[in-house]
Write a protein that binds this ligand. Structure first.
Ligand code: P6P
Length: 337
């Protein structure tokens, strides 16, 4: 038939989430509406990030202000943040928002505000000017008590209470990777129709031997990290025969380093307490665990951590189970010495 070359089994993100909703009799559709609202806006952000010279702010560059992390804020950070906040308020499904760009939490009077959303609107934005992939990271929690207004207690709880998490990477292609209901699915944006299409169903972490971290901090690495890294780079004492060292890959944009780790495998390390628990560590830990990997702070499962403040940070090691087990082994061994 003339349509043979037209793929007819395309599944859009909204259709796929709706299909998953059907499997939960008690589902009200609120989460579907929230996730579809987020996806719709990530499509807009993908456009904004790629055409900075046409974005609302004509002159790019530093705004001169700094965010709660004392980092220079690129105008696209500000724009992306406003786009995300306005969309989430408009969805009527979220009653508490925490953004990397806002010192304080944002409480929303929502018609059905059963969810809290945490997000980094444009992670890795210091890479924008050199054209490296950046991304949006988000996590979703359900409020503990529907009869009460949301409070910070709805977020200062174990990371394992997160019910959905994901990122959207604005790279050579735009990929939205979502962990929901124990599965990880990747939806790739088709810019011709403005839809995210299901391209990787039930993702499982790859198995390549790659390690990823900023070795510029080697002078201050914990002995456990130094021991672990040396074991990837050099053959053990007395080793004979072939030795295949790991490959080193580091983009410096968490979403890009995470996407590669998920697709290809390996291990991503950020030993310093820089990455934020709520909207970087927890969504990435949910994703990597749902894809058969592991995420730890060297001593504890990331999702077992409980933040005390909304911008709390944590060291994070994520990737193949055997790599994270090895890192935890090095911490246990060096702690005894
Ligand atoms: P460093 C980007 O600024 C970021 O928040 C993450 O996206 C990235 O993984 C990390 O910081 C890079 O930090 O210290 O290597 O520049």
């Amino acid at each position: 038939a003339e349509n043979d070359d037209l793929k007819t089994d395309i599944v859009t993100l909204t259709q796929h989430i709706l299909a998953q909703q059907q499997t939960h009799a008690e589902a009200t559709g609120d989460l579907t509406i929230l996730l579809s609202s987020i996806a719709g806006r990530l499509n807009v952000l993908s456009n904004v990030v790629r055409k900075p010279n046409e974005s609302i702010f004509s002159d790019l560059g530093v705004t001169g202000t700094t965010n709660v992390q004392q980092e220079n804020v690129q105008k696209l950070d500000v724009l992306s943040n406003e786009i995300m906040i306005n969309m989430l308020k408009g969805s009527g499904r979220a009653s508490l928002l925490v953004s990397e760009e806002n010192d304080d939490p944002i409480f929303v009077d929502a018609q059905r505000g059963h969810y809290c959303v945490v997000f980094d609107p444009l992670d890795g934005s210091s890479n924008i000017d050199c054209g490296v992939s950046v991304g949006t990271i988000f996590g979703i929690y359900r409020v503990k008590d529907d009869t009460k207004k949301a409070t910070l207690e709805d977020l200062l709880r174990p990371g394992s209470d997160i019910i959905a998490g994901g990122y959207c990477m604005y790279g050579s292609y735009t990929a939205l990777v979502l962990a929901l209901g124990g599965n990880v699915n990747c939806y790739t944006l088709d810019p011709n129709i403005g839809e995210f299409l299901l391209t990787h169903r039930n993702m499982r972490i790859g198995k390549k031997k790659i390690y990823s971290l900023n070795e510029g901090y080697a002078h201050s690495f914990d002995p456990a990290i130094k021991g672990y890294l040396d074991s990837l780079k050099f053959p053990p004492e007395g080793h004979t025969g072939k030795f295949t060292p790991y490959s080193a890959r580091y983009v410096g944009s968490m979403v890009a380093d995470m996407h590669r780790t998920l697709l290809y495998g390996g291990v991503f390390l950020y030993p310093g307490a820089k990455l934020r628990m709520l909207y970087e560590c927890f969504p990435m830990a949910l994703l990597i665990e749902s894809a058969g990997g592991k995420a730890s702070n060297g001593r504890k499962r990331i999702l077992d951590l409980v933040p005390t403040k909304i911008h709390d940070r944590s060291p994070i090691f994520l990737g193949n189970v055997e790599e994270i087990d090895a890192i935890e082994g090095w911490f246990a061994k060096t702690a005894k010495n």
